[in-house]
Design a protein around this ligand. Structure first.
Ligand code: ADP
Ligand code: G6P
Length: 735
């Protein structure tokens, strides 16, 4: 793998221009802080918005900005005021952000915002496409750029594309609210690897893919028409050593080198050695639960008045998205609440809440992390929350307690924190008390576990795991493509076909000659298929056999008039052209009354599913059932049936949205071989899409040309993508 380029809405640095001097300021937020530590390792560029409107920049200034950014390996995507308004403040932060954080009441459904989102995503994709060179990989980040993966893939299918979502992916019931839900999923599916912080977000995403797109997902692989997409969870870490080392150094500095904040903090402890500090750090965002936190702190002072005058909450809120209405309202609410708490519990010598509404330099953050006894992290929803991890890393003496919301992704990794529900004011108040009185031994024990874990899975490990998976998915794709029929293989196949004197052609029906329909009876051959088969039949050297799991009736009816043999029920019956039906095996149906009631129970419990009865098999179809429930029940049914059929000559077949129980000792492989017995074919072709066709691929002689429809693993020699490609292949052979 050569270079990896990063694409995100915001660059790791923002441009600030004062008196014509260009200043680079580090961006805040988990994405920027995390990726900043790793992106140089991949020798690529970071493509993103430099944080200011392009309207006021003349050519000369733009050139200077670009030059300055290039020194940091950054490539700017310039956005006008209008684009910032509609795409960034608009669809990204007034539509997707509230939706993905379960604030449905804040969502703005506006087509104008959507249109801007599409066109700005295209702008990012174009810039990325411009930057890409042969062999480069691309790693796209976060909710502002959900459409970019597909925009890149559609132009450059050979580029490996990774996508990581830094915020939660909501449950389908919430995601479906959005009018453009399908477009967003399609956009994401342009990636080869899609990463989330937690398994829950991954699960929610897969559920939306299944329900909205109907794609099959096995384990963590999504099978779409011509690709496999890997989905996985990678909990983002921090640059642990950077925080630990900075924290160690800060305390070793001589007094004159200490920051003003540090000196103030030391003075404070000198005057009141028994005072305790609680720390709260976030961007000013309604997802962070800042008002809840203030209410809980107020409740704590009410319920535990012995702490009044002894505990201070340092509340740091970085200004964020300040032109969006909900953020303006939140700022007002927080200002008022701080005033209320300070007014209620404060005195001349005591200010319960120290409130800072600004960004602070790294050094000050470290001073706060290492000086505060408790970190209070109470988001109502948070994709990960790196602040909690930064606090842990900065505690060089392993003391300190974290109170953590169960709604933050990070809670999954921090069982040793005091976990609270951010809507439970009383619980948080009690947790503050518990944290403040926690014995040092217990603090150290909990903190050491946390430190070990967060140190091990740091941001370098996180990104290297993601990149490792990108390589893995490249391999998976390549092994799929290796078997794909290309023009060279097709030429060879055609040459063998042309020179053969007697050809046997086995064709599966559903999923091979015709696409799946919700109702199996609707899948009858159309005019195009009849035409192709007639063409094949014209050649007297061709012996064509449709080999299917279906029962006798429909196939007999559908292929009346064709010079075709039929093998049905997975090989139980054979009807040679113009002959009678003949049984190929000693199948039995005496077992049916024992199995049918179980299947009937599953039909009752799974709306939309039904039973199909064949002579020697029973089939439970769940294509019409609600997809997730169908898959779930299929797993249960498979489990139950496996126990039931033990010691009986029965088999379970799993087809496409069907589970079939059938008499044992029969399969398409055995049937095809029986059919071939005593005949001299010098060309055998077999095409099928399903698990049941794998028997045929395995049993047929080595010289047979076996072809799988779809991308799944197979014993067949070759693969084609779809029913349309099968039809084209057959037609090409007749030319
Ligand atoms: P989000 O990504 O939603 O903002 P995170 O907790 O994951 O939340 O990340 C916030 C990042 O921003 C952290 O790396 C933190 O150090 C940084 N940060 C938060 N507040 C400040 C601040 N006042 N000044 C500077 N950096 C801050
Ligand atoms: C969150 C998002 C990031 C975003 C950051 C800061 O961490 O996941 O994509 O960059 O917040 O928000 P802003 O809107 O200022 O970029």
């Amino acid at each position: 793998m050569n270079r990896i380029h990063i694409v995100s809405n915001r660059l790791p640095v923002n441009i600030n221009i004062e008196n014509d001097i260009i200043e680079l300021i580090p961006s805040v937020g988990g994405l920027a802080t995390g990726m900043r530590s790793v992106y140089k390792e991949y020798n690529g560029k970071w493509i993103g918005w430099p944080g200011l409107p392009s309207d006021d920049l003349d050519e000369e200034l733009t050139g200077r900005i670009e030059q300055k950014l290039i020194e940091e390996d950054c490539v700017p995507v310039h956005l006008s005021k209008q684009e910032i308004d509609l795409y960034y403040d608009g669809f990204s932060n007034r539509t997707i952000w509230p939706l993905f954080h379960y604030f449905a009441q804040f969502i703005d459904y506006d087509h104008e915002l959507w249109d801007a989102f599409v066109s700005v995503n295209q702008k990012f994709a174009d810039k990325a496409l411009e930057t890409l060179e042969e062999g480069d990989t691309i790693w796209i980040h976060d909710y502002q750029l959900l459409l970019v993966p597909e925009m890149i893939k559609s132009k450059k299918p050979d580029v490996t594309v990774g996508f990581f979502l830094h915020i939660p992916f909501p449950s389908f019931e919430v995601f479906r609210i959005l009018p453009w839900r399908k477009e967003l999923i399609q956009g994401m599916l342009g990636a080869d690897l899609i990463g989330f912080h937690t398994f829950d977000y991954q699960r929610h995403f897969c559920s939306s893919v299944r329900r909205l797109m109907g794609y099959e997902i096995s384990f963590n692989q999504i099978h779409i028409e011509d690709r496999i997409i890997l989905v996985d969870s990678f909990p983002m870490g921090i640059d642990y050593n950077k925080f630990r080392d900075a924290s160690t150094q800060i305390f070793q500095r001589p007094l004159q080198e200490k920051s003003e904040l540090h000196r103030e903090l030391e003075k404070y402890f000198l005057i009141s050695p028994n005072r305790k500090l609680i720390l709260s750090i976030d961007r000013m965002d309604y997802s962070k639960g800042i008002p809840n936190r203030l209410r809980a702190f107020s409740r704590f002072l009410e319920d535990y008045p012995e702490f009044i005058g002894k505990v201070t909450l340092i509340m740091l809120a970085v200004p964020s998205r300040g032109t969006v209405e909900q953020y303006i309202n939140l700022k007002r609410e927080v200002d008022e609440l701080v005033g209320t708490v300070n007014g209620k519990f404060g005195s001349i010598n005591y200010t319960p809440v120290w409130y800072f509404y600004r960004s602070l330099p790294f050094e000050n953050l470290i001073e706060l992390y290492s000086s505060c006894d408790v970190a209070l992290v109470t988001p109502v929803r948070d994709g990960m929350n790196l602040v909690a991890k930064e606090y842990v890393a900065s505690r060089t003496n392993s003391t300190g307690v974290i109170i953590l919301s169960e709604m933050a992704g990070v809670a999954k990794e921090m069982g040793e924190a005091i976990i609270i529900n951010p809507n439970n004011t009383k619980e948080i108040a009690d947790a503050i008390n518990q944290a403040l009185i926690m014995p040092l031994d217990e603090q150290r024990e909990r903190m050491s576990f946390l430190q070990d874990r967060i140190k091990r899975y740091d941001v370098f490990k996180w990104s290297s795991e993601f990149v490792k998976s990108l390589k893995k998915v490249e391999k998976i794709q390549n092994s799929f493509y290796a078997k794909k029929i290309n023009s060279k293989i097709m030429d060879k196949l055609t040459a063998k076909y042309k020179s053969a004197e007697k050809r046997s052609i086995f064709l599966d029906y559903d999923g091979t000659l015709a696409g799946f329909k919700t109702n199996p009876n609707d899948a009858k051959p159309n005019a195009e298929l009849h035409e192709i088969l007639y063409k094949l039949e014209e050649d007297p050297r061709n012996v064509i056999t449709i080999i299917s799991g279906r029962d006798r009736d429909s196939l007999e009816k559908w292929f009346e008039g064709h010079k075709i043999n039929l093998i049905v029920e997975h090989g139980v019956w054979l009807r040679k052209y113009q002959k009678e039906w003949k049984m190929l095996s000693n199948a039995s149906d005496v077992w049916k009354p024992n199995i049918r009631p179980t299947l009937e129970t599953f039909v009752d419990q799974t709306p939309g599913s039904f039973i199909e009865e064949k002579n020697y098999s029973l089939v439970w179809h769940f294509r019409k059932a609600e997809p997730e429930q169908g898959e779930l029940r299929a797993n249960e049914l498979r489990d139950e049936l496996t126990t039931m059929i033990a010691n009986h000559n029965l088999e379970i077949l799993e087809g496409n949205k069907v589970i079939e129980v059938k008499s044992g000792g029969i399969n398409k492989g055995i049937a095809a071989m029986q059919f071939l017995k005593n005949q001299n074919f010098d060309f055998i072709l077999a095409i099928g899409d399903d698990w049941t066709d794998e028997y045929m691929f395995r049993e047929l002689p080595e010289s047979a040309h076996t072809i799988k429809v779809g991308l799944k693993n197979t014993a067949a020699k070759y693969k084609v993508e779809s029913v349309a490609s099968v039809r084209k292949l057959l037609l090409d052979l007749t030319k």
